[in-house]
Design a protein around this ligand. Structure first.
Ligand code: HMG
Length: 439
């Protein structure tokens, strides 16, 4: 029998700056951003579902965000560095064309744990837009399922800074963050089923050329690619799940009836609100023909609303409050979902849940997992909601300076003082990066 392997703990790192797109208590009230973009703040809140976007400060890049999430995970679990066999990074906003973020993160962690403390720990950078986290996780699972972990752990960290050009349609769907997962045998949170569905195509929905710091996106096309790939991955998962006997649907039942909590890649919350429809509606020609009307009507049904609120909505709070964090999005929403359910006292122990990951270009992966009986105590310690509260807004002028990498006219070096965390110190004229822990 295969060893039970999965996610033992989760740590998110959320930048402490945000740009307000809409005031959640007064959605009709214009914000500085909606005025600057001659738009309507209720479009952001109700049209795409985002209220705030996380903004990294001058001393933060994807490596710093990752190191901070991983450091919290190691400290919270009192992990000895020698027990870590691998620390793998998933990102599409890496800092070098050759040196992986994993190597810079290694160096930062060794500043805390001692030079050489991680010399037996491997690390690599995974890239496939937002879905690379699922690829990295699958590799660690395979390694453990193959019996090669020898009691050691693996950490997967997804880290990204989502950036589109100023004033472009993609601009309100930016964000940033990192999420670190502790992967081990007999985990406290979730064991993952050895059944992973995939759907991949070569698509031109979204990409970021080597010369650019911002992504190019065909927005509406990207939404269709997302839904098509997700549907394909769920179908693949379903075929394997039925064939292996993991899930059995009775007469009149859908496999989705056997899945409880769900977390998805969430470029913006309204996107996840559309997913289950495409997944459960099986007649493809009919679905495509009636797509737009059907979607709206379906979402208004009592059944959809009940399932959506029960299974998905709690996790989307992260995306509403922080925006898109690309590869970190789905597991950040999973963290928010589990913490919220734990705080509310929801009994999820023994229930099967599902994850849907999408990466532009494009590929989707669908997987399922079982919530462990002792999950609650671990999930209550994530501190996720508290991190979202512990932030300060930036003005539109500050946001635009940070976005463009310009200097502050008043000579400030950053917006918010670092708080016991790793920071980027400088980048040399040859492009080498130096980091330190700012006490
Ligand atoms: P847009 O041009 O702002 O879209 O682009 P819109 O004008 O159609 O408005 C969006 C919705 O707001 C519409 O609702 C409007 O009706 C509504 P819908 O018709 O869709 O139901 N609306 C309002 N609602 C209430 N009050 C109002 C109001 N005005 C309008 N006053 C888009 C939106 C998401 C396309 C754009 O922001 C974009 O291109 N974003 C980036 C691409 C993206 O996020 N794609 C998602 C799928 S691809 C993906 O997830 C991968 C990704 O994460 C990258 C990776 O894998 O690495 C992006």
């Amino acid at each position: 029998m295969r060893t039970a392997v999965g996610i033992d703990d989760i740590a998110v790192y959320i930048p402490r700056l945000y740009l307000e797109l809409a005031d959640e208590n007064r959605p009709e009230k214009p914000t500085e951003f909606s005025l600057a973009r001659k738009s309507d703040s209720s479009k952001y809140l109700h049209g795409i579902g985002i209220a705030k976007m996380s903004i990294p400060d001058t001393y933060q890049d994807s490596a710093v965000l990752a190191a901070n999430a991983i450091f919290e995970l190691i400290e919270r679990n009192n992990i000895h560095p020698a027990s870590l066999a691998r620390i793998d990074i998933a990102t599409e906003t890496g800092v070098d064309e050759s040196k992986p973020v994993a190597a810079y993160v290694h160096g930062m962690l060794e500043q805390k744990y001692g030079k050489g403390s991680l010399k037996r720990t491997s690390g690599v950078e995974y890239k496939f837009a937002c879905v690379s986290t699922a690829d990295a996780l699958e590799s660690s699972l395979d390694w453990a399922w193959a019996g090669r972990s020898n009691g050691k752990y693996s950490i997967i960290c997804a880290t990204d800074i989502a950036r589109y050009p100023l004033t472009s349609p993609g601009e309100p769907t930016q964000g940033a963050g990192a999420v670190a997962l502790l992967v081990k045998e007999h985990p406290r949170l979730l064991t993952i089923d050895p059944v992973i569905g995939v759907h991949m195509e070569d698509e031109d929905d979204f990409w970021r050329p080597l010369f650019s710091t911002t992504a190019v996106v065909h927005g509406k096309h990207s939404e269709r690619c997302y839904l098509r790939a997700m549907e394909g991955a769920v179908d693949d998962w379903a075929e394997q799940a039925v064939a292996s006997g993991i899930v059995k649907a009775g007469p009149g039942e859908s496999l989705v009836d056997h899945i409880g909590p769900m977390s998805f890649h969430v470029p913006y919350p309204k996107m996840a609100g559309e997913e289950p429809k495409a997944d459960v509606y099986k007649k493809r020609e009919e679905f495509e023909k009636a797509e737009a009307d059907y979607m709206k009507l379906f979402m208004e049904t009592h059944q959809f609303q009940t399932e959506y609120l029960d299974k998905v909505a709690d996790g989307l709070v992260h995306a509403r409050e922080s925006g898109n964090s690309y590869s970190a999005s789905e597991k950040s929403c999973l963290s928010m979902l589990l913490e919220t359910k734990a705080m509310r006292g929801t009994d999820l122990g023994g229930k099967r849940g599902g994850s849907g990951n999408y990466g532009s270009g494009c590929k989707a992966k669908a997987s399922s997992w079982i919530v462990q009986e002792e999950w609650t105590a671990t999930a209550k310690k994530f501190g996720h909601a508290e991190k979202l509260r512990h932030r300060r807004p930036v003005s539109i002028a500050e946001y635009e300076i940070l976005h463009e990498g310009n200097l502050f006219p008043d000579g400030r070096k950053f917006v918010s003082e670092p708080e016991n965390e790793f920071v980027l110190v400088d980048v040399t004229s040859q492009g080498y990066r130096h980091y330190k822990f700012a006490d």
